[in-house]
Design a protein around this ligand. Structure first.
Ligand SMILES: Cc1cc2nc3c(=O)[nH]c(=O)nc-3n(C[C@H](O)[C@H](O)[C@H](O)COP(=O)(O)O)c2cc1C
Length: 357
């Protein structure tokens, strides 16, 4: 595809000269701007939207036009809901949003590791907060069958106490507001952000067992998912799934960033000190392994959204083969260009046709 070629050989070499924090901001600004006008939306759709046979999928009662979603962390404040459907996405996960605005960690918040097809993410949940997000979603027109999930995390402030009860109240506050405003189609509880001041308190099974019943008290008719850590042993992961199972969680997103710099193809490219979790290729195998094991152990109990290291259509097919109902990505879009989404959709359509024949 001409657009893939242009991205790889013209756009990417230029943008990769600039620091990733400002490129990210530039892309979100541009995406929001181009999403405002029917003409620019149509031009993007012409180059990037999927136009093959119907591959729409209904998951937990929600219709997705394609099974490929933008993962949480790229569009933290819900500014891209109008442009992403034109790029072939079936939905996006906005956020993670928090009860209060978060400034995020000091820069650099993003570091590219091109040889490793990975990004070190040290954003620290930088976002405008749930109130601003709700206002934004309320005034933005919706695109049919383009699904909006909202990811909720605990407010990340240097002074935040690690007190469990304070953390629970923070999640509940965001969740209550989103539910009351009926903002978004599904909600994800992100317990696994590896670069926040308070750490990953709720990846401890005992802490999650306190959090989920409290969230369950909020009457919500929409699906609620859990964003899972991948840098934990399977036993801990399975214990978290057991708690999700008994607390009305409909699905799991597998998973978040990888904390192990030794899992890079070239660990020498990483900083000596820990500077945030790894996205992209170093997340691929671990996420597939946990998807497979979750399906084996729990059958169809959970919806599974497979996330981590999808850099080619074949990678996405591996996630589906492992047991994912839907897939999400960010890093593949940054390294391979937005045309990757359409190529995945086309490949998915081909596989479906082969199975049907
Ligand atoms: C720039 C960036 C910011 C992210 N921020 C979040 C976040 O706020 N919440 C979250 O649940 N995951 C966040 N993630 C993790 C992604 O949602 C995803 O789980 C991970 O990057 C693996 O997918 P990928 O390899 O396709 O990027 C972030 C990832 C990136 C690259």
């Amino acid at each position: 595809m001409i657009m893939d070629f242009l991205y790889r050989h013209v756009v990417k070499p230029v943008i990769f000269l600039r620091n990733p924090d400002s490129v990210h901001e530039l892309f979100v600004d541009a995406g929001e701007f181009f999403g405002r006008f029917a003409l620019t939306r149509r031009i993007f759709a012409l180059f990037y939207d999927y136009r093959g046979p119907d591959i729409g999928k209904t998951v937990d009662g929600i219709r997705y036009r394609t099974p490929v979603l933008l993962s949480a962390g790229f569009d933290t404040d819900g500014r891209l809901t109008r442009i992403l459907p034109e790029l072939g996405f079936g939905g996006e996960e906005i956020g993670s949003t928090t009860a209060n605005r978060c400034e995020g960690n000091p820069k650099p918040r993003l570091t590219r590791l091109p040889r490793n097809k990975s990004i070190i993410v040290y954003k620290g949940l930088r976002n405008d907060g749930v109130d601003v997000l709700i206002k934004k979603l309320k005034r933005t027109p919706r695109t049919p069958n383009f699904v909006i999930g909202v990811s909720i995390a605990r407010t990340n402030e240097p002074a935040a106490s690690t007190d469990l009860e304070a953390g629970i109240r923070d999640y509940v506050a965001s969740f209550e507001k989103l539910v009351a405003a009926s903002a978004g189609d599904y909600y994800t509880i992100n317990i696994s952000c590896p670069n926040s001041f308070t750490g990953e308190t709720f990846t401890e099974p005992a802490a999650l067992a306190e959090l989920l019943p409290r969230l369950r008290q909020v009457p919500c008719k929409k699906p609620v998912y859990l964003k899972m850590p991948i840098s934990v042993p399977w036993e801990q992961f399975a214990a978290l799934l057991d708690i999700a199972d008994t607390n009305g969680i409909q699905g799991v997103i597998i998973g978040n960033l990888n904390k192990d710099y030794q899992s890079l193809d070239h660990p020498e490219d990483a900083p000596k000190e820990y500077r945030g979790g790894l996205s992209g290729k170093p997340t691929f195998q671990r996420s597939n392994e946990f998807i497979r094991k979750t399906r084996e152990k729990y059958g169809s109990r959970f919806t599974i959204i497979g996330t981590g290291g999808i850099l080619t259509p074949e990678d996405a097919m591996e996630k589906f083969a492992a047991g994912a109902d839907l897939v999400q990505l960010i890093t593949g879009m940054i390294f391979e260009g937005p045309g990757l989404v359409r190529r995945i959709a086309e490949r998915y359509a081909q596989e479906r046709a082969t199975i049907a024949s």
